[in-house]
Design a protein around this ligand. Sequence first.
Ligand code: WQD
Length: 377
Amino acid sequence: EKFSLIPLRRVLVTGGAGYIGSHVVYCLQKTRRYKVISIDNNHNSYPAALDRVAQIARDALPENASEQDRDSAEIDAIRCDLTKADEVKSVFEKYGKGGIWGVIHIAAYKAVGESTEIPLTYYANNVSATLSLLQIMDEYDCTRIVYSSSATVYGTPPTIPIPETTRLKADSPYGKSKVMSEMIIDDLCHADTKRWRAISLRYFNPAGAHPSGLIGEDPRGRPGNLLPLLAHMAIGRVKESTLKVFGNDYPTPDGTCVRDYIHVIDLASGHLLALDALAPESTTFANCPDDAHYKAYNLGKGKGMSVIQILEAMRKTTGFDYKHEIIGRRRGDVPDLTADPTLAEKELGFTAPQNLETMCKDLWNWQTKNPQGYEHA
Ligand code: WQD
């Protein structure tokens, strides 16, 4: 009951209908402290995802739930293109100055290879749209943002595991768009330390799904990422049984690339910790050296797994008889991206306890319950 005295804080999630976004919305609703607004252009997502998330929240409400708790289970899902500033502005206008407490900015294009073919589209969607979002937030006195960044900002890191102090040296327009956006947000917080507070979260490799199997990763078209591709192969959505492994001549234990896979629910929970760290009552920035209320944190497990290890884990989970064939390296791939997660653990209280077996089990549960994803739900 004590919480009902504190009004819900409205949080805008960009890309809220997407794989990461829908799991972040789920975590926000679980606290019953936030009222979620989602904007998404559904370029790589389905509106049905948020219907499911809201259903999970409603089903979790106790019989005697307060009016405010019921309200926290409803999502204002708005179809909106982040590159259209007037559309974004109308969302803030709807809630007025100070009406939106904070933003979790996840919407972006994220395919490394594609970004080298259409760099201007990536810079428009990932950088200009972020800049215009920040300008509108500033105008409407919404000065807290959790920004979705990526381990790709490190390029080929000099040390493994990778600490946040590693120099930023992205190799693709996608990775550079993340570095540029981080720098814009950093400079904004330095310029206006009284009002602005921001945290960038550098995702390693999200995997898995909500254990209910109601929401999960559902990329439009053929998956580019390893785990959803393996799930589509096992369910028959991709009519192939041989995984093409992009190179086994890397300086890694079995020659294939190593990545730090983190359960999407653990990753999403990290966003709540970051959001809480931006609240006035938080002490996270208390000892910020130059009083700049901006910090970047890795979200990873700190455990690297190779392509072959992932293949074996999915073989075990799905029982599918995968074959694999070693072919040439994929442009933009780096040998190893394994996080040093200690800063987020120390300053945000972040943990990523779920292991690879659970990630594969939850991914497979989602895939078997939704063989064609949300489209034919
Ligand atoms: C993992 C490993 C491939 C497919 C991607 C995005 C990155 C970030 C996280 C947003 C690599 C290998 C894959 C295949 C393969 N997204 N692989 N055969 O590249 O680490 O990162 O997701 O921030 O921007 O690029 O993930 O799943 O594509 O690849 O051998 O058919 O699997 O070479 O080593 P990646 P991935």
